[in-house]
Write a protein that binds this ligand. Structure first.
Ligand SMILES: Cc1cc2nc3c(=O)[nH]c(=O)nc-3n(C[C@H](O)[C@H](O)[C@H](O)COP(=O)(O)O)c2cc1C
Length: 196
């Protein structure tokens, strides 16, 4: 059987930041690709401690973007081009760090710079994931509330078993939940590629 291709023509930029839930984002890429979405992946340095870029490269069929100063085959400026052509940007997992950086207007690596650019280009969906102590930190809560106020979207986190071997709130939404939220957001608009 071929892929479902309901979402053919849509482009998603997936930014992966450094939490243990990175492995679930690999499954999200596969789900999106099976639905026909073109997926470009950018990873922070910390994310690469958890899952190698080769996993995302293999699943997306595209080069993975890891650094602001990497040379690309195309001659465009990647932090602009990637965000500009995306119909949706997903940050999954979204660490406390990236949430804080975006809320503070910091753009000091590829992912935070992409997030800065993406806001003017397409919806941005965050899938926070962290230990319950981090999640309940009022600074993290205030940062996320500020982003939601500014029209960022969030899915999760959920309650459940966490890698730190506790049960609590902070577990990243499941790939299926993130996919469902992404699908809904994508189908609300026509793919940018259709505009030519
Ligand atoms: C084993 C391990 C697991 C971690 N898991 C998380 C996590 O789930 N969520 C989080 O916000 N930070 C987590 N961190 C801390 C982040 O990796 C750290 O704050 C890092 O600076 C995030 O960088 P980034 O946002 O640029 O990827 C973890 C660190 C380690 C060593």
């Amino acid at each position: 059987m071929n892929r479902e291709d309901e979402l053919d023509g849509y482009e998603v930029l997936l930014c992966v930041t450094g939490g243990i839930a990175c492995y679930k984002s690999a499954s999200l890429v596969s789900r999106l690709v099976q639905a026909g979405v073109g997926v470009s992946v950018a990873m922070t340095r910390s994310a690469r401690q958890f899952v190698g870029p080769l996993t995302f490269q293999s699943l997306s069929g595209r080069q993975v973007h890891t650094g602001m100063w990497d040379l690309t085959e195309r001659c465009d400026i990647q932090h602009i081009a990637l965000a500009d052509r995306a119909d949706l940007t997903i940050i999954a997992p979204a660490t406390a760090n990236i949430i804080g950086k975006i809320a503070s207007g910091i753009a000091d690596d590829l992912v935070s710079t992409l997030a800065m650019t993406a806001v003017g280009s397409c919806p941005v969906l965050l899938a926070p994931a962290m230990n319950p102590l981090m999640w309940s930190n009022p600074v993290v809560q205030a940062n996320l509330a500020r982003l939601v106020e500014l029209d960022f979207l969030a899915v999760g986190p959920n309650e459940g078993w966490l890698a730190c071997r506790t049960i609590g709130k902070g577990r990243m939404a499941e790939p299926g939940e993130i996919f469902a939220a992404a699908r809904k957001l994508l189908l609300e608009r026509r793919p940018k590629a259709d505009a030519g």
